[in-house]
Design a protein around this ligand. Sequence first.
Ligand SMILES: Cc1cc2nc3c(=O)[nH]c(=O)nc-3n(C[C@H](O)[C@H](O)[C@H](O)COP(=O)(O)OP(=O)(O)OC[C@H]3O[C@@H](n4cnc5c(N)ncnc54)[C@H](O)[C@@H]3O)c2cc1C
Length: 458
Amino acid sequence: MQRRVIVAGAGLGGVVAAMKLAQGGVDVTVLEKRRESELGPDQVDSMDLAPMNYAGIEIPERYIKTKIPLSFFSRLPDVQPLSMSFREESFNLRIDRKDFINYLISLARKAGVNFEFGRDITAPLILGDRVVGVETQFGRVYADLVIDACGMNSPVRAQLPDFMLSERTVSKYDYLHAYRIYFKRVPGAPEPERPYAIYLWYPGSKGFNWVLSDDPEEVDVLLVSFAELEPEFVDETLSQLRAVNPHIGEEVTRPGAYHTIPLRQPLSVLVADGYAAVGDSAFMTLPFKGSGMGLCLMAGTMLAETVLGDKDGFYTAETLWEYQRRFFTEQGSARMTETLGKNILPYISLEDIDYGFKNGVLTQKDLDALGASAGVGSMISNVDLSSFIGKITGIITNATLRKALTGLVRRASKADRIVSALPEKYDREEVAKWQKRYLELFEESRNSDDTSVTVFGS
Ligand SMILES: Cc1cc2nc3c(=O)[nH]c(=O)nc-3n(C[C@H](O)[C@H](O)[C@H](O)COP(=O)(O)OP(=O)(O)OC[C@H]3O[C@@H](n4cnc5c(N)ncnc54)[C@H](O)[C@@H]3O)c2cc1C
C-alpha cells in the first residue's frame, strides 16, 4: 500500500524531503499556511555551494557570487574597523529567498509533490503513542508520517506529549530578534569603503547591526538582538546607521519585517512514532550566526533517505532513528561546540566590546584565520579553540567572562563524546538518558539571567 506523508509547513528542509520522497514513490502533501505568492522572506541570503551538491540540487548560475569579506566596526570614533580577508577569491551563493523557495517548489512539483496553501496547522494529532496527522483550521488530515517543517515556532513540535521527549521552550538567549529592511541607494552617494559592515554597537540590547552594500540598486540593513526590538529602537538605530552611511536612501525597496532566528543546539530528539522535525523547527541553524538554509537541505536529504530506507513504511521512532544518528554524526559535534561559543555572548558587555577593540583582543591575524576557514563556526569547532581562548583570556579583564571562556574549552571537549554516546538503536529510556546529558552540557554554560520562554505559535 502506498504510504502517505504530510509535510507541515513549506520550510526548506521539508520541501527538499518532500521532493526526494515523491521521487521515491511516496505520496507527499505539503500543507502551508501562507498563500504561494507570500512564501519566502523578501530578502537575499548567503549559503555555501556544498549543501546544494549534498542534496543533488542543480545550482542556478544566478546565485553564484564572489564572497564579500565582513568588516567589524566599533562604536568608538577613533578605532579602525577590522576586516576579514580571503586568501583567494572565493564564491558562495547569494540567494533571493522568494526565488529560491519557488525554485524548490517547482522541482518538488515536477517530482509529484502535492501542495496545499492557506492551510493553517494548529496541532499534531496523537493517537496512542503515535503522531497520526495534523489538525488544521479546515479539519483533520491523517498521514503515516508527519514531517515538521513549520519553522522555529512550530505548533506541531511544541504540542508533542512529554513521552515523545519533546522540547517546548527555548531560552532567552537561544534565539535572536531581527528586523530586516532594504533601501534604495542614494544616486551619486560615495561608495562605502567596506561593503559588508557589521556594527557591534548595541546600546540597550545585546546584538549587532549590518549594512550590506553589494547590490548597485539597494542596501540591505539588518538589526539583530537578544532583546525584543521595539519600533522606536529600530527607528533610532536606522537613523544612526544612515548618519554613517550616506548611501542608504529613504525609499524602501523590500519592506521591513520582524523575524526570529534560532541560535542554539539542534533539537535533542528529532523523531517520534509518525513524526520527524527538520530545519528551524528542529533548531538546525549555525548557532553563531543563524544560517540555516544549508543545514535544511542536508537534513532534508538525510531524512528522506532514512524514510525511503524503511521499506515497510512503519515510520516509527525506531526506523526514523537513523536520521537522528546521521544528523548528529555529520553535524552534531560542530553545532554543539558553536552553541557553547554562542552561550558566551550574553556574558559580553558593551564595555567589553570597547575594551576588545582598543586592546586588540581580536586582531587582524585572527580575522585572517577566520577568512581562511569557513567562518566563525569552523574556527570555533577546530583545534585552535583552546590556544585562541588562552590568548584572549590573557588579555581581557572581565573576570566572569574569563571564567565563562575557560568553561567553554572544558565543555567543548565533551561534544564528541556525547555524540559518540548517542544510542545506536532507539530505546526510549536510553534516549531519555542521552537527552539529559546532551541538554545539561548547554544548561551549565548559561548566563544567570538566561531564562526559558515558550515561543511557539507566534
Ligand atoms: C533575517 C534572517 C536572515 C537570515 N539569513 C540567513 C543566511 O544568510 N543564510 C542562511 O543559511 N540562513 C539564513 N537565515 C535562516 C534561514 O532563513 C532559516 O534557517 C531557514 O529558512 C530554515 O527555516 P525553515 O525553512 O525550516 O523554516 P521557515 O523559514 O520558518 O519556514 C517555515 C514554513 O512553515 C510555514 N508555517 C509556519 N507555521 C505554520 C502552520 N501553523 N501551518 C502551516 N504552515 C506553517 C511558514 O509559513 C513557512 O513557510 C536567516 C533568517 C532570518 C530571519
